[in-house]
Design a protein around this ligand. Structure first.
Ligand code: HEC
Length: 328
């Protein structure tokens, strides 16, 4: 459930990406709190206002040419029950349907212009996100050419120098150290914007450069650095993305293709269906703990198979006994 990502009351209050500014920005007065009320009542069409600006930004960043092309190693198959070692023991992904041949599914296909697939940032052995340790291994194994290392949003800013291995290591510092991807979102326009940006703490020079960031205190792109969320167990979600800005998974897949993969065209309806069917058809959980042993032995309900059986019984608030008492 999303509660691990975000306080739900904050989430409602900040439908627009304002919340993420807080550590970076000094907002003018209490204007952000005033805008929260309106944002909560905003029509869906208004809350999708961010999308065109974010897509245009990623497309424009194609002027910063990546020196590396090419693809990444992809597993040929995701088995019905697929188990990997992880630092605490073993992690497993279960597909109640059939195994997935990755060559036949758009989630694993290169649909864009920079060699990336969804699997670039959502990998099975990392619980369908990426760990910083794995990203560092990928950097070492590929000398920084793996497609996760692309200027558009792998680097701290698309303008970064990547001409030497040392320069690359600096450019991809946040990805290597913390597993963070740059999310460039436009400021909302009036009447949704009820603040202006007074000050920016911008160690990477991205938001303060008009070519990649703000063009005025009320217009342009703000860069935030965020971990990829796991693209698994999606049936239990109450919102999509850290700030809840995507309304459904098909649209999320389109936007991810146009932004992260810098595709020139959206995935076809068939490709969208393959992506959504795959990501909603997988369940992932720790299955073995190095100290406790099997997490599904002797009636224990750990592991992804037990988790998959929970979905039919799931409802929003299922883990909230106080809420249940009030509502009954
Ligand atoms: C360059 C890395 C990258 C690539 C490539 C990528 N993603 Fe993501 N994904 C992220 C990041 C970062 C987030 C969180 C961003 C945010 O919330 O602002 C995310 C979030 C998501 C989520 C939201 C999960 C949740 O709990 O809300 C889904 C679903 C998802 N991605 C699916 C996909 C699909 C499908 C593709 C391929 C079309 C894809 N991603 C390609 C980095 C990536």
């Amino acid at each position: 459930m999303r509660s691990s990502h975000f306080n739900p009351s904050l989430l409602n209050a900040f439908r627009l990406p304002v919340a993420a500014f807080v550590p970076l920005w000094l907002l003018t007065g209490a204007a952000s709190f005033a805008s929260a009320q309106n944002a909560r009542n905003a029509a869906a069409s208004e809350t999708r206002e961010w999308a065109q600006g974010a897509i245009d930004h990623a497309q424009q960043m194609r002027i910063h040419k990546d020196s590396d092309q090419g693809s990444q190693p992809t597993p040929p198959i995701i088995k019905k029950l697929d188990i990997d070692d992880d630092p605490g023991g073993r992690i497993a992904t279960f597909q109640p349907g059939v195994a997935t041949i990755t060559a036949n599914n758009a989630f694993f296909q290169d649909l864009g212009t920079n060699g990336r697939t969804c699997d670039t940032c959502h990998q099975k052995q990392n619980g369908w996100t990426v760990s910083a340790a794995d990203v560092r291994d990928r950097f070492a194994d590929s000398a920084g050419t793996d497609p996760i290392f692309r200027l558009v949003d792998g680097a701290t800013c698309p303008t970064d120098n990547v001409s030497t291995l040392g320069a690359k290591r600096r450019a991809y510092k946040l990805l290597l150290d913390k597993g963070l991807i740059r999310i460039g979102l436009p400021l909302p326009s009036a009447p949704n914007l009820e603040f202006s940006v007074a000050s920016v703490d911008d160690p990477y020079g991205c938001t303060t450069n008009p070519a990649t960031g703000l063009t005025s205190p009320t217009t342009g792109i703000v860069s935030m650095y965020r971990r990829p969320l796991p693209s698994t167990n999606l049936g239990f979600l109450t919102t999509i993305m850290w700030d809840g800005r995507e309304s459904n998974l098909a649209q999320q897949g389109i936007d991810a293709t146009l932004i992260h993969a810098q595709a020139t065209a959206a995935p076809t309806a068939d490709q969208q269906k393959q992506i959504v069917d795959f990501e909603t058809g997988i369940f992932t959980a720790q299955i073995f703990d190095d100290e406790a042993g099997s997490l599904h032995a002797r009636g224990a309900t750990g592991g992804p198979i037990a988790l998959s059986l929970q979905l039919a019984k799931f409802f929003v608030g299922v883990n909230d006994p106080v809420g249940l008492l009030i509502s009954t």
